[in-house]
Design a protein around this ligand. Structure first.
Ligand code: MAN
Length: 582
């Protein structure tokens, strides 16, 4: 029984094969098994292909050498050989393989379990010879479409390859241009260095006499300043002494609590009397103050209110401005004119001083505060700087611009000349220095490009300086080869750096198929971002896709003619190959 099945299967296969190859072979046996894995691989010493092992005139030897069986057992739907080689056309051996010739298209080898399983796997329908799948032979149509597609691909490849040649040429040209530009810049830089040295020398020569001439101004300046400071101190202390004499009612050389409490001036909270706390605050928490301690501690505390009071007790006829508004608790009592006490004239208190007092009052604590820290914190008023500020404010507001800009000549004529000459020399030196720095920068960036790896034949060099965009639903990605990769949200602002140019990262032998851009912006709770650029052959330099397979790790798909290799086969040869089993 099994012999009969085997014979019919053999004939069915042989009938379709004989015409083309003139080699009889049972169903499911390839002429050769070059491209398949599994049994019999590389065991074709005859050169006639695997079919030569299936000779109906001899017993069949299992291809793995595990045994020998009568030929009638081949394809008898019973698995005899360990490697399944006796059942190439049935599903009997679990480890067997079925080969479809697929005449008109590409041959295919399947696991034998797919034979007669009701699914059309082979385009020539040969895998479903005993099933109800009703498969049709569509190999010719599929073959034609595949050949057309392959031809198109090949065409594109060829075009890409030709474009690559142009990229190579361009790359070499640019490299040469950069080389000569570097030479040119080096010469220019040498000259610029010389000019800079000369200008530096001239600057030194011009600055020497200028320095000498300015020295005397500097000495005069600092002397003047010291004198002004001394005057200031004198004035401040004089003021303090006068106030002390005024407040020391019994003239015993000590300012006491009682004396302080007798002055409404110090009724800080305006409750009609000067409390002990209020008096003590101004005495810097002491019971009494001598003139010296008064000058250093008490006066700085009471100066603002004291002067304000003086201001308010002056007759209205000489008053030029209303008292400044103050916070309720710090406002002095209603003015009571004290005729016996003409301590300070109105002329001494201009509006700016009032403001100063107001500021000091504002910063002063009320009587409930301890106040001791404040005494330490209190800065001795620097009238010079206050006045200066006031002057500045005044100038900003009132003085016309021209006047503001008009400056008094600072130096005598000879000194001014020296300053002018030195300024001119400094200007020239700065210019020469700038030129050297510009040239150095330009040279450095060009030299950097010369050591970059632009591919084995400079084919990628033309990409430098260009950027390529790809937009998906959320982001616009940008690749600037040899520079950086970025990401920008479609809605909103801000660019995220995905990586800086790092290195070529393709596998050995295919190094220029991948680029790595690393050290991008740190990912929240993760690594720094990076972009892995996969480059495939295409007729355009184009970013065709971006994905983020792992968080903050991006894969860019980039096409470029730079990676197109020469298409290997001529289409006619390809067709001939496809038809070898016809
Ligand atoms: C941004 C983008 C994303 C990334 C997250 C990580 O939203 O850069 O691509 O996954 O940050 O937090």
């Amino acid at each position: 029984m099994r012999g009969l099945i085997a014979f019919s299967l053999f004939c069915a296969a042989a009938g379709s094969v004989v015409r083309a190859a003139q080699v009889l072979r049972p169903r499911g046996v390839p002429l050769s098994r070059v491209a398949t894995q599994g049994r019999g691989q590389g065991r074709d010493p005859s050169g006639l292909g695997e079919a030569s092992f299936y000779d109906p005139s001899r017993d069949f030897s299992c291809l793995d050498g595990s045994g020998s069986i009568p030929f009638s057992y081949v394809n008898d739907d019973y698995c005899d050989c360990q490697d399944g080689s006796d059942e190439p056309g049935t599903a009997a051996c679990p480890n067997g393989f079925f080969h479809c010739t697929n005449a008109g298209h590409a041959p295919l080898t399947l696991p034998s379990s797919r034979v007669n399983d009701g699914v059309c796997d082979c385009c020539d329908a040969s895998d479903e010879y005993a099933s109800s799948a009703n498969c049709l032979d569509v190999c010719r149509e599929l073959g034609r479409a595949a050949r057309e597609e392959a031809a198109k691909k090949r065409e594109e490849h060829l075009e890409g390859y030709q474009l690559r040649q142009a990229m190579i040429e361009d790359g070499h040209k640019r490299k040469k241009e950069a080389e000569s530009k570097i030479e040119e810049l080096q010469k220019e830089k040498e000259e610029a260095d010389t000019v800079r040295t000369e200008k530096e020398e001239l600057k030194k020569v011009a600055e020497e006499p200028e320095k000498e001439a300015l020295e005397k101004y500097r000495t005069a300046d600092s002397e003047k300043k010291a004198e002004e400071n001394a005057q200031q101190k004198e004035k401040y202390e004089g003021e303090a002494r006068e106030a002390f004499a005024h407040l020391d009612n019994n003239a015993d050389g000590l300012l006491s609590m009682e004396e302080m409490m007798s002055r409404q001036t110090f009724d800080t909270n305006r409750d009609g009397q000067v409390s002990e706390e209020e008096a003590k605050f101004y005495l810097n928490q002491e019971e009494t103050l001598t003139l010296d301690t008064f000058i250093s501690t008490g006066w700085p505390l009471m100066r603002p209110v004291y002067r304000m009071d003086q201001r308010m007790f002056t007759p209205p006829s000489t008053t030029t401005a209303a008292p400044p508004p103050m916070e309720e608790e710090l406002t002095p009592p209603p003015p009571v004119f004290d005729e016996e006490d003409p301590y300070m004239s109105d002329d001494e208190l201009d509006e700016e001083e009032e403001e100063e007092m107001e500021e000091n009052l504002d910063s002063q604590p009320d009587a409930e505060d301890d106040g001791s820290d404040d005494a330490e914190d209190y800065d001795m008023p620097d009238e010079d700087s206050d006045d200066k500020d006031d002057e500045e404010e005044e100038e900003e507001g009132d003085v016309p611009k021209e006047e503001e800009e008009e400056e008094e000549p600072k130096y005598d004529e000879d000194t001014q000349k020296l300053v002018d000459v030195a300024n001119a020399a400094r200007g020239q030196f700065d210019e020469a220095d700038r030129r050297v720095r510009d040239l150095t920068r330009e040279l450095r960036s060009l030299e950097e490009t010369q050591v970059k790896d632009y591919g084995s034949e400079e084919e990628f060099r033309v990409l430098e300086g260009n950027c390529y965009d790809y937009t998906d639903r959320e982001y616009t990605y940008r690749l600037c080869p040899f520079d950086k990769a970025t990401q920008r949200p479609k809605s909103g602002h801000g660019e995220t750096r995905l990586g800086q140019w790092g290195e070529w990262s393709g596998q050995e032998g295919d190094k220029y198929s991948r680029m790595l851009y690393s050290n991008g912006q740190a990912c929240w709770n993760g690594p720094t971002r990076s972009a892995d650029v996969h480059i495939s052959c295409g007729t355009e330099n184009k970013l065709v896709g971006v994905s983020e397979p792992n968080r903050c790790e991006y894969v860019f798909l980039f096409t470029s003619p730079a990676v197109c290799t020469k298409p290997e086969e001529d289409p006619s040869e390809e067709t001939a190959h496809t038809h070898t089993e016809l």
